[in-house]
Design a protein around this ligand. Structure first.
Ligand code: SAM
Ligand code: SF4
Length: 326
């Protein structure tokens, strides 16, 4: 087995797989109200193709983490079967979802071998949730969080994107919610990957400000993170932990160990990458496992030292968050 080290000395072993570009929500920071033009079905990788890329990445390069994402991964028909196919691999198998289908799917996903789940939820207020996601679905998402906890996912993480003047007054409410439920809240800074190009720096709520607001009510202590870019904090009273992902104010690119596979079979070496590496063409033209491995290796070889958000050199990528997978 070969360990993949990128040109900046980072070992890469985390594969994010988008299983569909479709979504039933239209979150303002991610998608336009009218949605996007979905990929034709024949352009989307089959389960067999996804598993092949995953298997080669694990067997050849020792990838040890796979996260299924989207669009909305639970909308992909047969997603439970895909999880069951991937469970054979020796990896930490996780999913990021909007949670609206978890009331139905949490238990089957867990039984099929999914180990961890992140559920996105940006407001605990009915009307505000509907305004952000453009869907009246807070009840479904809360039921999904309960179902994930009942199914035994541990930890259940809740991804929260705070935006200035939109939901930045809910940091402490979310902290309380997480403490009461036994779920870990992760605050993710708003990044310039919204489909409408409306991002501006003054809408970003700095993770440090969020942590300070929570610390004033529920005292926190920091501790070193292990495998993920979240900066992690424990409640001093022992009631769990929270995370902050300061992707804009304090980029964690120096620790980045990820590549991404889009639903249409393109490998991206960074969320903000401008180039992609076409593994679907290799899969569909009779390529060998060596050929698939070569595309993965080539993609890792193009990883940047870091993104340039906030600098004049920053160029928005052609795809938005829902088309990359977060
Ligand atoms: N649909 C699933 C969901 O919402 O969890 C998975 C895909 S979504 C693109 C993955 C994550 O990206 C979510 O936690 C979402 O909140 C986050 N996200 C989307 N757009 C973002 C943006 N512009 N800045 C920061 N995070 C964003
Ligand atoms: Fe859909 Fe997730 Fe994007 Fe919201 S963040 S529109 S749920 S892909």
């Amino acid at each position: 087995m070969v360990t993949l080290v990128d040109p900046h000395g980072r070992t890469v072993r985390d594969l994010r797989i988008s299983v569909t570009d479709r979504c039933d929500f239209r979150c303002r920071y991610c998608m336009p109200a009218e949605g996007l033009t979905w990929l034709p079905r024949d352009e989307v990788l089959t389960f067999e193709e996804i598993v092949r890329v995953a298997r080669v990445s694990v067997a050849r390069f020792g990838f040890d983490a796979i996260r299924l994402t989207g669009g909305e991964p639970t909308l992909r028909r047969g997603i439970v079967d895909l999880v069951a196919m991937l469970r054979e691999l020796p990896v930490d198998l996780a999913m990021t979802t909007n949670g609206a289908s978890l009331d139905r799917l949490a238990a089957p996903l867990r039984a099929a071998g999914l180990r961890r789940v992140n559920i996105s939820c940006d407001s605990l207020r009915l009307d505000r949730f509907a305004a952000i996601t453009r869907r009246d679905a807070l009840g479904k998402v809360l039921a999904g969080i309960d179902a994930a906890l009942a199914a035994g996912f541990d930890p259940v993480k809740i991804n929260v994107v705070l935006m200035r003047g939109v939901n930045d007054d809910e940091a402490v409410d979310f902290a309380r919610f997480g403490r009461e439920k036994g779920a870990q809240i992760r605050f993710i800074e708003f990044m310039p990957l919204d489909a409408e190009g409306g991002w501006s720096r003054d809408q970003v709520v700095a993770a440090d400000d969020t942590i300070a607001a929570i610390n004033a009510v529920y005292p926190l202590e920091g501790f070193a993170h292990e495998v993920e870019p979240a900066t992690r904090y424990r409640y001093v009273d022992g009631r769990g932990e929270i995370g902050a992902v300061p992707s804009v104010t304090r980029p964690f690119c120096g620790d980045c160990d990820r590549i991404r596979l889009t639903a249409d079979g393109q490998i991206r070496s960074c969320l903000f990458a401008l180039d992609e590496h076409d593994v679907r063409a290799v899969l569909r033209s009779g390529g060998s496992d060596d050929d698939v491995a070569a595309v993965v290796e080539r993609a890792v070889g193009t990883k940047w030292a870091g993104h340039h958000i906030g600098q004049v050199t920053f160029i928005r990528p052609g795809r938005s968050m829902s088309q990359i997978g977060g």
